[in-house]
Each structure stands twice: as C-alpha cells, then as structure tokens.
Design a protein around this ligand. Structure first.
Ligand code: BES
Ligand code: ZN
Length: 643
C-alpha cells in the first residue's frame, strides 16, 4: 500500500516536471522510475527468490606451490519457498568435488551455462521436502584453478620484501564466484566465518574479526568471523609476510615489514579521518578499521573490504597527497558496506554516495579550496569518460542498461562523479546540514540492506515530507529532475561550479604554455600548489593535447621536471599527455612506470594513448610487464590493445 502511494506520488511529481520526457533522447524514455524494483540482479545465476545464504563458512588451505586454494564452503541457507528442490549457485573457474547435505548425503549437481559474461550456474539438487523458512546446511568441496580472477598469487620477487610468496583476493564486482561457490550477488547478505591454513611463516588476514592463529606443524591456522551480514563481493583475504601496526584508537595498518614505516607516516591521519566520518554519519558498526597496503599489482587505488580496506602502494607518495583514497574507503563503511546496491545497475548508490562522503571528510579536514579542487578535477574526469563513451551511450547514465554484460564493462567515473554531482546538487538545494540529517536517516533506514535507486528517492521524499513545510518541500522537489539525473545519458541536467581563484590560475597557466611563447611569467606559482592543483594544470594540458607541441612539452618539463616526478597522479597525466603529443623522449619513462604500477587508473589511459602512438610498441610493453599485473588488469589492458 505504501509503495503504491509512493508510486502515485512520484508519477504526479514527474508529470509535473517541465516536460522532462522530451529532453531525453534515447532508450531511457521508456523506463518507468520504478520499473526495475522487481529485478533482483541480472549478474547472478543464483535462485535468490527461492533460497538465501544466511551464513557462509570457508575452510580453506592456501597452497602456494600450486597457486590454489582448496577446501570446503558450507552454506547455512534459508528456504524462501515450499518444496525447494534445487539450489543454483555462481561457481566459475572452480573444480567442484563432492556436495553434501547436512546429514552427510552426497547431493547431485550439474552445470548450466546461461550467459558467458557471468559464468555458469551450478545446480545442486536437494530433497523437495524442504519447506519455506526451513534452515539447512550444504557443504561443497572445491579447489580454485589457474583461471581464477579473484586471486592474485605473487612470487617473492613480486613483493617488497622478496622473501615469501603472497596472495590477495579481489572480488568486486562478480569475481567472488571464482573464489568459492556461492550466491554471488549484492542482493544477498550473509555473515561469514573462515578457517584458513597457510604455511607457518605466512600471516593471513580477512575482512572479518581475527579470532587468532596457531601453528600446527608446518602450517598456521587462522580463524575469522564476521557477524555483520555482507554481500559476497566484500569477502577478502590477504596472506604473506605481513605485520600489523596500530595507528589510533580503532585504526591500524598492515603491510610487509620493509614498507611499514613509510605507511605509518603516510597514514598518520587515518584515525582522524574515521572520527570525522563518524561525526557526520552514523555510528561506525564494524569495530576496527585497518588498511592493508598491498604490492603494486593491486589493480585499484583502494577496495573497501570491511574492517580491512585494501590499498595500492601508489597511495604512499610521501606527502599524504593520496590519503583521500583512505577517506573514500572509510566512507564505504556506511555507503556500500551497510547500505548496498542491490545490483550493479545501481552501482552509483555505492560510489556516488561514497564520493559525496569522501569529499565531505576532506572538506572538514582540509577546507573549502581542497574540496572544490578535488570536485573540479572529478568533474573533468567525468567529461573525459562521457567523451570516451559518447553522450548517447547508456554507460553515461547513472542507471546503465547493460543487459547481462559483465559489470566490469560498465565501470567508469560516471557512477562516481555524476552520482556525486546529483547528491551535491540536492545538498545545494536543502543546505549541507539538512543533507547530512537526511543522509543519517537514509543510513539508519537501510543499514544492512541492499537497495535500488527508487528506495533512495522514496526515502528522500519521505524525509522532505516529515521535515519541511509543503511549500519548502515543493520548492526543492520541483528543481530536481530525478528521471534525467538517473536515466539520462551524457552530461548531468544541472552544471555545478567548483572553481576557485587558484584553480583558474592553474588552468590559465596551462593555456599560457600552450600559446608556445615559452615560460609564462608567473610559472613559479606551480611550486606552491598541492598535488590536486598541479593535476588541474596537467588535466588541462591533456584536455588540449592537440595544441601541445614538442617544444612546449620540453619547456614544461624543463620548468617542472614532470617526467621524473614521484607523484603518480601527476606522472600518469604527464606521461599520457606526452604520448598523445608524440613526445618520444617520454616513452622509456612510460615504459618504466608501466612496469612499476599495476593500478588500472594509470595503466588504462597510458595503454590507450600508447595504442594510438604505436600499437606494436604498446603490445611489446604490455607483454614485458603483464606477468606483474593482476589477472583483471591483464584482461582489461588486453581488451584495449585487442590481444
Ligand atoms: N569499490 C571501489 C573499487 C572497485 C569498484 C573495484 C568496482 C572493482 C569494481 C573502490 O571503493 C574505489 O572506488 N576505489 C577508487 C578510489 C578513489 C575513487 C578514491 C580507486 O580504486 O581508484
Ligand atoms: Zn569506491
């Protein structure tokens, strides 16, 4: 009943909005705002309408010689229907052994291959005497394979310490199915526990509470448990020559011993960031917060595994210029990990909200200018992606229509930056303080659930009804074209301005260099800039790469020594520009950089530029470095280069 009223209200609101339908140019016209409420998740094979995992227990051995993990996954499941007779799971690149019922009976199983993008369906037959609400266990014996996408096994030489092997997982979005057979969908949340056996020198950590470890012969046994229900993509494990160091009341860092000091120094404000987040969000529900700084092959800046964020070593720059990555992953503890997108079409609910919170944290910690420059730079990267896809592409919408594609294909800055702009626009209409009250209301309402965009909108309207006069409410609501924001492709319906005087000067400095008249008079302002302001300069040059001649690049490099900068954010922009402009001298430096980092934010644009520069050289460089890349990065760079 309540839903029906909400739908009716929305219909009225949308009907009242200035002919927004006519503004839309493509498929999104046909989509009703509540159309996908019933769809759970197109990226899973699991029969989530019929049965749901409530708890998962993993009992695994890490075998570094063969580079496999093997053991059992035990699901405690609840039937959602009567006469349940089969359980469909996601299981990809796994060798399945026996499947057993709670009574120890062997259960029959077979594979079906419905969609090559999401992997096969593992169908397990169960006695049809299972009734609705019955709770039962099944245990699956399995082993991972060398095709796995979720495990990155590293030889000692690929680590900082060079002495012991290393392994880490990455599951988001749909690769947990290559780590264990399960309902690999963010629409299902379950608690989990694990018992992990590793060689005795190898320490193991997971995205769960560490219950302690013991040595048994040549093995180390470590046990974990998490009693907050999470989606499968947040299951995570890391194992290697690892050390833990406390940073603050409930924060800490894990990394290899030789890298510890640099990490402790760089992350000295971590506790403050978490405290700031807690001050405007709700209570931090997870207990401890630890960052693992991984080896270079980690393909992302950060990943919000609960209690145990994973981070790229590229965030340890020496000047704290990338600690916003930590703030971002901290923010996911609420937006993403407590309130989760129900499927990957709603990914912006994870990332757009998290960008908003990340920037709210840095705004409170570092002030308005820093906040505005970060937002402006994000806005430029949004436009880069809009141009890359084309303004009509569904992937430029906050709710892409990708019909069974692998969600990886749709990841870009759009859910992050367009999502951020949408929420920031709403914030400007109601005021920051009110927006924060709303955010807490939303978090309280949906914590430990998985939701779609229409639940956000319904809750927003409910909040306005409860807290504003009808007149104030209408003033806000009529200014928000929800449909275009969420379904429209191309640029957002409203532009926001994050300009600051320094930002303008930085951009103008780039334009002045591009005139080709040598070094501009005020060139030394650059030396006083924080990293993001320097990136504004560089981003401007990249955006105008066709105007950058080789003498201009030589002059800039002479003035600012960018080719040898250690700041990876500046470096990847600079090298991208050099390659685009055909500045041959930079190629060996790009080659070197591509052999040092595995973070896709840097790899993908550089390989894209190299491909246009010289495809054979690009392939040659890729072949040289790809053993050091993560399996997912190998796939993505391979796609760019068509190999
Ligand atoms: N959850 C993402 C990383 C991710 C998304 C991995 C989708 C795989 C699939 C993480 O929170 C993230 O957004 N990381 C960013 C950090 C940045 C926005 C500060 C990154 O890695 O660059
Ligand atoms: Zn994120």
């Amino acid at each position: 009943m309540k839903a029906a009223i909400a739908i009716a209200t929305l219909t009225l609101i949308f009907a009242g909005l200035v002919g927004y339908h006519s503004l839309l140019t493509n498929y999104s016209q046909e989509i009703d705002m509540h159309a996908d409420d019933a769809i759970i998740d197109n990226s899973t094979n699991a029969n989530v309408h019929e049965v749901a995992t409530q708890h998962l227990h993993l009992n695994l051995t890490l075998e570094f010689d063969r580079k496999v993990a093997y053991g059992t996954a035990t699901h405690t499941m609840k039937a959602l229907v009567d006469n349940l007779n089969h359980i469909d799971l996601d299981a990809r690149y796994l060798n399945i052994g026996q499947v057993k019922s709670q009574e120890g009976k062997n259960l029959k199983f077979h594979y079906e291959e419905p969609n090559p993008n999401i992997g096969p369906k593992l169908v397990i037959e169960v006695s049809n005497k299972i009734k609705k609400d019955d709770i039962f266990n099944i245990t699956i014996e399995y082993e991972t394979t060398d095709k796995t996408l979720s495990l990155n096994w590293l030889d000692p030489e690929q680590t900082a310490g060079n002495t012991l092997p290393y392994v880490f997982t990455h599951c988001e979005a749909i690769d947990c199915r290559t780590l264990a057979p399960l309902q690999d969908t963010p629409s299902v949340k379950s608690t989990y526990s694990a018992l992990i056996r590793s060689p005795r020198d190898i320490k193991v950590y997971m995205s769960a509470v560490n219950l302690g470890d013991r040595v048994e012969g040549n093995s180390r046994v470590t046990e974990f448990s998490l009693d907050v229900p999470i989606p499968s993509y947040l299951i995570a494990l890391v194992a290697g020559d690892l050390e833990y160091k406390k940073l603050g009341r409930n924060t800490g860092v894990i990394t290899e011993p030789v890298f510890m000091k640099a990490c402790v120094d760089e992350l000295s404000e971590l506790q403050d960031s978490l405290d700031v987040a807690e001050s405007f969000l709700t209570e931090y529900e997870w207990g401890m917060y630890t960052i693992v700084v991984l080896p270079p092959s980690f393909p992302f800046g950060g990943m919000e595994n609960p209690l145990l964020t994973f981070a790229s070593p590229t965030i340890i720059v020496g000047d704290k210029s990338q600690v916003n990555v930590a703030s971002h992953e901290i923010a996911h503890s609420w937006t993403g990990n407590l309130v989760t997108n129900r499927n990957w079409e709603n990914f912006w609910l994870n990332e757009g909200f998290t960008m908003w919170s990340e920037r709210a944290i840095i705004r409170k910690q570092r002030g308005e200018e820093f906040y505005r420059v970060a937002s402006a730079l994000g806005n430029s990267s949004l436009y880069d992606d809009l141009n890359l896809y084309g303004y009509d592409s569904t992937f430029t919408s906050l709710h892409p229509n990708y019909a069974g594609a692998n969600p990886y294909d749709t990841f870009s800055d759009v859910p992050y930056e367009k999502g951020f702009l949408f929420l920031t626009y709403i914030e400007t209409l109601m005021g920051t303080e009110n927006f924060e009250v709303f955010l807490r209301f939303y978090l309280e309402k949906y914590r430990r659930q998985s939701i779609v965009y229409s639940q956000f909108i319904d809750t927003f309207l409910e909040f306005l009804d409860d807290n504003f006069s009808e007149q104030e409410r209408n003033k806000i609501v009529t200014k928000i074209d929800f449909h275009t924001w969420i379904f429209g492709t191309g640029p957002p319906p409203v532009q926001l301005n994050f300009s600051t005087p320094n930002l303008e000067i930085s951009r103008e400095l780039a334009d002045a260099y591009l005139l080709g008249n040598g070094t501009p008079k005020n060139y030394d302002v650059f030396f006083g800039y924080f990293s993001l302001l320097k990136c504004i300069f560089l981003q401007r040059l990249v955006d105008r790469a066709e105007d950058a001649t080789i003498p201009i690049l030589e002059q800039i490099d002479k003035d600012y020594t960018l080719t040898t900068t250690i700041d990876p954010e500046q470096k990847y922009l600079w090298l991208q520009l050099c390659i685009m402009a055909g500045y041959d001298k930079a190629i060996p430096f790009a080659d070197e950089f591509l052999g040092q980092v595995g973070r896709q934010k840097y790899l993908l644009p550089l390989y894209r530029a190299l491909k246009d520069y010289d495809i054979n050289l690009a392939i040659q460089i890729f072949n040289k470095h790809k053993l050091g890349y993560h399996p997912v990065a190998v796939v993505n760079v391979g796609r760019i280069l068509g190999v």
